[in-house]
Write a protein that binds this ligand. Structure first.
Ligand SMILES: CC(C)(COP(=O)(O)OP(=O)(O)OC[C@H]1O[C@@H](n2cnc3c(N)ncnc32)[C@H](O)[C@@H]1OP(=O)(O)O)[C@@H](O)C(=O)NCCC(=O)NCCS
Length: 172
């Protein structure tokens, strides 16, 4: 064993965290700055309004200290036949730990609660990691479309998304 290895002191600790999965509330907006710029926060505020009118549903995941680490929504405006999972985001330092999976399953439950059995989402053509996750969770390609949303400086961000669909059963 080299000197540098014996000098290195490492330990691992297991910390059990109880996560709260719940709907977005107005006071949450100040704790979602990590998920995007001002335009993104405006879009999240619009989701909140949509929740009040019944057009959207939202899910946040909170740590035991109340801090938010994930956000996502379901858009029911696009079609009466399915819910569109939308704006999926997990805090950068906590990705690849399973939170995205918890978030997506919670959003799918909101789709089922409306009596719908199909969930769709759009993933940008250059986001292979998210695409792999959606495939692993049962989503399959069903088309593509151009999407656009407001960006910094009054610009519009335009991108091509693969549309994916998952048929929801009562158990998955
Ligand atoms: C896409 C996103 C929402 C997924 O959330 P996530 O918390 O990273 O998702 P998960 O942890 O459930 O799964 C992601 C990966 O971690 C792996 N994973 C899940 N639980 C794990 C665990 N306990 N230990 C190790 N790896 C795990 C999954 O197998 C998956 O593997 P992959 O990287 O090979 O695909 C998140 O990465 C994100 O916010 N990305 C930036 C924004 C974005 O791209 N949003 C999607 C727009 S369509």
């Amino acid at each position: 064993m080299s000197t540098s290895e014996t000098d290195t002191w490492r330990t691992s600790q297991l910390v059990e965290l109880s996560l709260t999965v719940r709907a977005l509330e107005p006071e949450d907006l100040t704790d979602l700055g990590w998920s995007g710029g001002p335009e993104h926060l405006t879009a999240i505020a619009e989701v909140l309004q949509g929740c009040w009118s019944g057009d959207t549903e939202s899910v946040v995941i909170a740590l035991p200290n109340g801090r938010l680490v994930a956000f996502g929504a379901v858009n029911f405006r696009r079609s009466p036949d399915y819910g569109e999972l939308w704006m999926l985001s997990v805090h950068e330092t906590l990705q690849s730990l399973g939170l995205g999976t918890v978030l997506i399953r919670a959003l799918e439950a909101r789709v089922r609660d409306r009596g719908l059995h199909r969930a769709q989402l759009g993933v940008e053509h250059d986001n292979p990691r998210a695409y792999r996750l959606y495939r692993a969770l049962g989503y399959r390609d069903c088309g593509s479309r151009v999407e656009h949303w407001p960006a910094a400086g009054g610009n519009t961000y335009v991108t091509v998304c693969t549309v994916m669909e998952h048929r929801l059963t009562d158990t998955v």
